[in-house]
Design a protein around this ligand. Sequence first.
Ligand SMILES: *Cc1c(COP(=O)(O)O)cnc(C)c1O
Length: 373
Amino acid sequence: MARPLIAHIDLDALRHNYRLAQELAPTSRSVAVLKADAYGHGAVACAKALEDLVPAFAVAAIEEAVTLRDAGITTPIVLLEGIFSADELPQVDALGLSMALHSDWQLEAVLAFAPRRPIPTWLKVDSGMHRLGYSPAAAEVAWQRLVAKPRCVTDLHLMSHFATADLADVGYFSRQHELVMALAERLGAPTCLANSPAVLAHPEAHGDCNRPGVMLYGSDPLELSCEASRRLHPVMSLTSKIIAVRELAQGEPVGYGGRFTTAGPSRIGVVACGYGDGYDRHAVDGTPVLVDGKPSRLAGKVSMDMMTVDLTDLPEAGIGSEVVLWGASRHGALLSVDDVARYCDTISYTLLTGVLPRVPRRYAGGPATSPVD
Ligand SMILES: *Cc1c(COP(=O)(O)O)cnc(C)c1O
């Protein structure tokens, strides 16, 4: 028997979450973000599962776009950071890619390039994230230069990214939103603004396009979940099995450094999953797992290939019991990756993108099997 650790990917859940993004923003084009190998879910499989629904995909770099084109994906693809050097432009043109444009050197490069077809371009304005993008004043100048070159660029959008759309306090979000909307009005520009938290919680920020990412994978990015975010379905279920059980007396340390000590006579289960698989070593004692669908807790530091959980209150659990690290149990229970992330002092994004290649992905569902609705 093979090692039991598997990342199950539910492509019907992916489609459900994408449709939810569309339903929440019915007048926007929802561009599905597939960067970082679709947040660890497998970009090609996810693209094939969504291609009949989406107007476009978004990725972080041309290499990720090439992977999708090589797999036969013909849907438009946007490069969220644009080109990293001018010599990428012939490939952008040849592969029919779209791009963000955030800096003058990119602007000069694209205006000096003669593409076979004008390149669909999102001009990025820094409305307050202070990472990529033009200042609002510089964006006006750049926009006019792009508008004047319809043989180089087409389908111009004004793009911006929110720093705090996930927070309950909307103060800074509103400032960013007002700034970018005022600029869009002056330019008469279509907009592309909303990430997952804005799609879920800020309908006023739904633009001509939106850019949902993590919500497609079933994670709720909001500080305070809402009616819509509670309708998301988890896409990845990371599951393994108990491979050994220790009966220990009270006061025995477990694992490296003896961080966890048994409070009384205890049964400790050893799970085939560790940080060498991408499970976060920052997980504290008490981090939730499901054993045969019932709540259990991490007991001891995560090792490279294994971790230990407390089975004292689960007398029926033993070797071969199913362990869910996050996602859905075949017994019906759910453990949200967002809950696990809180115990690791991180966010779902790092846990999902962190699942390493040695963990096999197993896919179920998708367009061929989806119920028609
Ligand atoms: C990653 C990314 C997104 C998607 O963000 P989520 O929080 O995952 O929805 C949207 N826009 C840009 C520019 C990004 O880099």
